[in-house]
Ligand binder design. Structure first.
Ligand SMILES: [Zn+2]
Length: 385
């Protein structure tokens, strides 16, 4: 057992209702947990200590929506899109082919590289989806790789109907709900369905989510990215932890989210990278919905791993206040994963912390694109770049 004191914290953002923000703060870490929080002048003795010299400390970012198990990239597709061609879901099939052709070691190495990139940028919790295998064996391989890297693995066999099932999508739904689910469920905590135009309709989504629920998996839904639809309503009806994207919402959708425990997870990197209109975060927050921010890190529509970038987009493009955006990127992400041990700095929570090269978290949006992560601790361990 050894304890570490972090002192000289100019501003500690806890996201804990009782603590709020503390100026001139300190905290003590014991192994992987936070065991003391208070004024820097009152800090108890600890085995080791680090003086943060007035820096701001925030909870580590919780990225509750990523697709980091894949091979290859789609830079030419992005370049074409930025040259005026509209985004369609078609390019995903090239990632599926590359992922199927990659070895387990290649998939692991690539995903671990992205997770390391995220950690260096302050993200200490990352949800990881499957969804580029789209065969039983390749989805299971993807889930196994993801489970080595995260406690929050999501089975997304229902990402898109693979080319070989294009003329018989209901057969693919049966595969996803049956043998593929059976092969993946042991490695997963969650199941997700892309319920949108060009992907799975609401009846197919309901079938797949019900099968996952029967296997004990929690529910998540890709909903309302490309247009109005029933995805958000389905997520709320089934008690999903999260409805993700929420770009096109009716008044009924907003009311449903506001009256539920389903988090609206907004992914502004996708709108940025597809040059699409952003979701209306203000409308959701003002209605009382819980909002999370995540990267949607994937090679097609949002190849960023950087939560600070998403915070800057949320503030500049979605009219979230800097404080709302930071909350959504930490505590909001934790809500979306139904976790209370991360996303906050409280007694007993995981010592997942970020010290900013700034005196205020406002700088995350105020200084976009600037590397402001001075230090990161995950489970009490300092991360060295
Ligand atoms: Zn996604």
């Amino acid at each position: 057992m050894s304890t570490t004191a972090l002192t000289g914290i100019g501003l500690l953002v806890t996201h804990d209702a009782e603590l709020g923000e503390i100026r001139d703060a300190a905290l003590v870490i014991d192994e992987d947990r936070i065991v003391w929080i208070g004024a820097s002048a009152d800090v108890p003795d600890a085995d080791d200590g680090t003086d943060l010299d007035g820096r701001c400390v925030i909870p580590g970012f919780v990225d509750s929506h990523t697709h980091v198990i894949f091979a290859g990239d789609r830079a030419p597709e992005f370049e074409a899109r930025m040259s005026g061609q509209p985004y369609t879901a078609g390019g995903i099939h090239s990632t599926v082919a590359a992922t199927r052709a990659a070895s387990d070691d290649e998939l692991t190495g690539h995903a671990a590289g992205l997770i390391a990139e995220m950690l260096a940028a302050g993200t200490t919790t990352t949800e990881i989806k499957t969804g580029y295998g789209l065969s039983t064996v390749d989805e299971q391989r993807s889930a196994q790789v993801a489970a080595r890297l995260s406690d929050d693995v999501t089975f997304l066999g229902a990402h898109v109907v693979p080319a070989e099932y294009a003329d018989r999508p209901d057969d693919y739904v049966a595969l996803v709900s049956g043998p593929m689910l059976d092969a993946c469920a042991p490695y997963c905590r969650w199941i997700d369905v892309f319920c949108d135009r060009g992907a799975f309709d609401v009846d197919q989504a309901r079938t797949i989510l019900a099968a996952g629920s029967a296997r004990g998996l929690g529910l998540r839904v890709h909903a309302n990215q490309f247009g109005h639809g029933a995805g958000v309503q389905l997520a709320v009806e089934l008690g999903a932890a999260s409805a993700d994207h929420c770009t096109h919402l009716s008044d009924t959708d907003v009311e449903a989210l506001a009256g539920s425990t389903t988090v609206a997870t907004l992914l502004p990197g996708a709108e940025f990278s597809t040059r699409s209109p952003y979701p209306d975060a203000r409308r959701l927050i003002d209605a009382g919905a819980t909002v999370a921010l995540a990267t949607d890190c994937n090679p097609g529509s949002s190849y960023t791993s950087n939560m600070a970038f998403c915070i800057a987009l949320a503030v500049r493009e979605m009219n979230m206040t800097p404080a709302e955006a930071l909350w959504a990127a930490t505590a909001g992400g934790a809500r979306a994963l139904r976790r209370d041990d991360v996303g906050v700095i409280a007694l007993g929570s995981r010592a997942d912390l970020v010290a900013l090269q700034a005196t205020s978290p406002v700088h995350l949006a105020y200084r976009p694109g600037v590397p402001l992560i001075a230090a990161t601790w995950k489970g009490g361990q300092p991360i060295t770049a």
